[in-house]
Design a binder for this molecule. Structure first.
Ligand code: HEM
Length: 388
């Protein structure tokens, strides 16, 4: 039996000695596509594309009912048929029509935040933009007033901090999960009286068997959206800007031809997947990749590793703008595939468009800090920026 130790394998990535994840997986994937690790208790990690797909698509055997913050947060921490109901309520708020309508506000927020810092000299891009910006955008989707976005950002920063290496349901995790409850309860009460075109209003209108959703359930969903949509998008934006900061030729190519930005976004997501892995729990004894997994054991599909599997992607370690359809799994696979993917793509594209348009060049100017596995992003990104 071969163990895979994320804390060891990932160390060159978190200490920024390796630019991306490729080296951390290649050897393990070829020797043990299903490995043991003790990073979150004793769990199995699934590293190659074929088996990641098997786990993600077989929701009966590999359940998502893993309460990570103590309370269950559907749709992520739910299985069908419950899951289907939640997706039906939420999907419309992440569809093209609403996102197109939102784009000017998202762009205006990006421009305002960039104009505050792009004056020449050195900035921490993580603190200035990649960390706070996704929270501000989530507030627009949820219906949280813009003047309150910093409050929500403080909360999600604390969620990030306790989220690190703590086990599901750990006391600190549960406590911080509860912190925003009174604020959200007030927002829900307001929307009950005066509905708008936002997620909270949509959830207030939703019904199960003719009964409205309980306040706790709505608060759980909203908190899931804030935490699921924040760290990940923060990572996506930070990883994209870091890559361009280190690759001047790529940076200049995208500045000269912004129509290439969407393809660059997909390659960043594939190579540096912000959420490297997700949780599942086996509902029965099952064999996977030659391993005997027991009912109740944790099984984590590692999407970030599948994205680098040469059996599924040509020259997987290369950054290529001409892949055509880029079938990466950075947003997951199957029924739990990320509901916020179109929003995240839009945010990444807008930040790159506006940053490239406002600068002549930017490069790293000091040590980059990265979070722990299974996240991949930047928690500190010092950039030297030369305005256009
Ligand atoms: C680059 C940014 C993002 C990445 C890499 C990402 C990644 C993922 C992944 C891998 C999953 C699959 C979970 C699983 O299989 O268990 C997922 C699900 C989910 N994501 Fe994202 N996400 C991003 C942005 C967002 C945003 C902006 C939101 C906005 C609210 C969001 C909300 C969700 C939700 C609610 C789920 C659960 C969906 C379900 O279970 O049906 N994510 N995300």
């Amino acid at each position: 039996m071969i163990d895979w130790k994320p804390n060891t394998a990932w160390e060159p990535v978190t200490s920024d000695r390796e630019p991306d994840a490729a080296s951390a997986y290649t050897d393990a994937r070829s020797r043990c596509p299903v490995a043991r690790t003790d990073v979150y208790g004793d769990i199995w990690v699934v590293l190659n594309q074929e088996l990641v797909d098997e786990v993600a698509l077989d929701t009966r055997t590999f359940s998502n009912v893993v309460p990570f913050f103590g309370v269950r947060r559907p749709p992520l921490e739910s299985d069908p048929p419950e899951h289907t109901r939640y997706r039906r309520w939420l999907n419309p708020y992440f569809g093209k029509k609403r996102l197109d309508a939102l784009e000017p506000r998202v762009r205006a927020a990006a421009v305002e935040m960039l104009d505050d810092v792009v004056h020449g000299g050195t900035i921490d891009f993580a603190a200035a933009l990649s960390h706070p910006f996704p929270t501000r955008v989530l507030c627009m989707v949820l219906g949280v007033p813009d003047e309150d976005w910093k409050l929500i950002n403080d909360w999600s920063t604390r969620v990030d901090r306790v989220g690190g290496q703590q086990a599901p349901g750990a006391e600190d995790r549960v406590a911080v999960g509860e912190e925003l409850h009174p604020y959200m309860a007030k927002l829900i009460a307001q929307r009950r009286g005066n509905p708008q075109d936002d997620v909270v209003s949509g959830l207030v209108r939703a019904e199960i068997d003719g009964e409205p959703l309980a306040e706790d359930v709505i608060v759980g969903i909203v908190m899931l959206l804030i935490s699921a949509g924040h760290n990940t998008t923060t990572g996506g934006i930070g990883n994209a800007v870091l890559r361009l900061a280190r690759d001047k030729a790529l940076q200049e190519r995208l500045r000269a031809d912004p129509s290439l930005i969407p393809a660059a976004v997909e390659e960043v997501l594939r190579l540096d997947a912000p959420q490297q892995a997700m949780r599942r729990i086996a509902t029965r004894d099952v064999e996977l990749g030659g391993r005997a997994i027991k009912a109740g054991e944790g099984v984590w599909p590692v999407f970030g590793s599948a994205n680098l599997d040469q059996a599924a992607h040509e020259a997987p370690a290369e950054f290529r703008l001409d892949r055509g359809v880029n079938r990466h799994s950075a947003f997951g696979k199957g029924i739990h595939m990320c509901i916020g993917a179109p929003l995240a793509r839009m945010e990444m594209r807008i930040v790159l468009e506006e940053l490239l348009a406002r600068t002549r060049s930017f490069e790293t100017a000091g040590d980059v800090q990265r979070p722990e596995w299974p996240r991949m992003g930047v928690s500190r990104l010092p950039l030297h920026v030369t305005p256009a």
